[in-house]
Each structure stands twice: as structure tokens, then as C-alpha cells.
Design a protein around this ligand. Sequence first.
Ligand code: UDP
Length: 365
Amino acid sequence: MYDYLIVGAGLFGCVFAHEATKKGKKCLVIDKRDHVGGNVYCENVDGINVHKYGAHIFHTNDKAIWDYVNQFAAFNNYVNSPVSISKGKLYNLPFNMNTFYQLWGTKTPEEAKTIIESQIKEFGSKNPENLEEQALSLIGKDVYETLIKEYTEKQWGKKATELPAFIIKRLPVRYTFNNNYFNDAYQGIPIGGYNKIIDGLLKGIDIKTNVDFFKDKDELSSMAKKIVFTGKIDEFYNYKYGNLEYRSLRFENTKLNTENLQGNAVVNYNDSKVPYTRIIEHKHFEFGKQKHTVITKEFSEQWTPEKEAYYPINNDENQKKYQAYKELSLQEPHVIFGGRLAEYKYYDMHQIIASALQKTKKEFN
Ligand code: UDP
């Protein structure tokens, strides 16, 4: 008999399993995929770590979380500085003095601020209620129309006026020439890839891949005293309040006999007529010197049950539904829900780890 059956071998499940094992508990981790690691899993393609389920760049402001991941792998000093192509021109991200120079030719913070503040004034002083209003009130219409609107609508498959405001607050706005996409104090890519962290977390723990929890729910549940569930919460409850909406992704990978195709790990494509949102050139995450390269075109797609659910769509309607599921989940004495899908939350990796550590603390103290 196991103490915990952990459904899903992503970061949440792996951190929980690791901490529980340290406390002397016996865990079984299952995953329906043929590998562990969830969406941070990397596939080695001729010496290049390919982020198979989308680019993952680790960043955090929390020293304890940084120390935690560094137990399992050393990190390189990669700093994410994506660029975006809009109507044939290239712009630096996040929105900073380089971007403003490329847009308007402004050379000082004061010049840029004058333009941005006058555009923000055009929006007025009302409280932003959706992503479009949030962007207009934060950065004005030129940046919104050049670098946000079409990318966002392609990414989410919804009008920017139908999306929650918080999504755009992920991106910094700076009046310095600083192209670092994140404001956090710690950032990097694990040397040797994310699989090294996952393997470290799961060392000595029983694992079963290619196991679908829902196909064998009763039998699997009977193997442990408690369940840690990291899958979709609506699926756990058999969609009784209807299904939550997700956004899915499709990745098109190509190996090329070119040393350096785009000069950067991440290039975003803003224009709606370009069918993909970004091209990832994986070797640049690890400063690769190979003679070849692997690129991934990322297409955003409507989610259907046979596809992977990548992003929760946290608009009011979905949040209301999620709350109903959450109420049910709070009444489960033997199930712990955690992670992006079970909490229906747009978590980053460092937030998932923090949340898993918090839940283990609660469980074992
Ligand atoms: N975004 C944008 N233009 C860009 C990049 C991002 O408008 O070139 C917006 C878009 O709405 C996106 C959000 O900012 O969903 C968050 O972007 P981030 O890069 O953090 O998303 P992720 O890497 O998680 O997909």
C-alpha cells in the first residue's frame, strides 16, 4: 500500500513526491505519457535539448526556490530577450527603450514617456476591465497595435476585449535599455536540461508511465491512502458542471543543417496573417555550437479533448465554473489538487514549485 498515488509527473507531482519521500512516505507516480517531466520534458535531438512541450525558461525572485532547483542541476546564465516581428520590422521585447526607439525614434526616457503618457491619456481614467483596456492604459495604442493585439488574439483565439487583464501584466514596461523579459533576480536554463531536475526529484521513487488514471480509476485509487491529482479538475469530476476551456498548442519541429537560423532562442510573430505565434531555436537556450539547429514553430489551437491542455482561459465564465469544481475539491479528504490543470491557473514553473512546497508543508506539519 502506498501513502500517495501521484497522478501526473509534472513539476507539481514530482516536487510533492520528492518531499513526501523525504518524510518517509511511500509514493507511486503515474503519468499517461510515455515519459515523466510533464511539459518541462526535453527531447535530445542530435545533442540539442528540444523543449518538446513549449519553451521553458526558469526565473524566480525567491532565493529559496532558486536554491531548491539548484540542488538538482546547475543553471546557465541564459537571459530571455525575445524579439518580435511586426509588419516586416523587428522590435525588442519586453517594452523598453529599445522598443520605443524602434517605434518612434525616441532616444531618452523623457521623449518616450511623453508619447506613451499622451496615448495613455487618450484611453482615459476608467478601470481597465479586459486585456485590451489594460494594455491601452499601461502602454498606449502604438505598442498595443504593433506588438500586442494580433499576437494576443492569435495566442488565445479570442478578442483582446474578451480576455482577462492580468495576462498582459506578465510583461514588464521599462524606461531603460534592458531587454530582459523577466524582472526576477534569478534566471537560467538547467545545464543538461530539465530532465535532470525531474530525475533528481524522482530518484528512488516508483514510477509508472503510459498509465491513464481515468481508465483504471478505482483500482489505482485503491493502491494508496491518498491521491495527489495534477490533471484537469473538470475531468476529475467527469465534467459535471460542464468543461473548462483551455488553449492548446501544436509544435512543428524541423532540423536544419544551418548553424544559426534566427540568432535568438525566441522570435515572436505578431501579425495575424502569420499562422504561428513564435519560432523557438532551442540551441540558443544553452549557447549551442553545433553545426545544425532545431527550430519549432508554435501554433496556438482550440483545445478539444484529444489534445493537450496547455493554458487555462481564466475569463469570468470559466472562473465561475472552476469555483464550482473547487468547492467540490475542498470536500475531498483524500485528494490533494495541485498544478496548472488541477488549479486552473496560469502558473509559471517557480510558482508551481512554491505551491507544491507549500502543500507538502501543510500535509506534513
Ligand atoms: N504578448 C503579446 N505580444 C508578445 C508576447 C506576449 O501581446 O509578443 C502577450 C500575450 O497576450 C501573451 C501574454 O503577453 O499571452 C503573456 O506572454 P508570455 O510570453 O508570458 O506567455 P507564455 O510564454 O506563457 O505563452
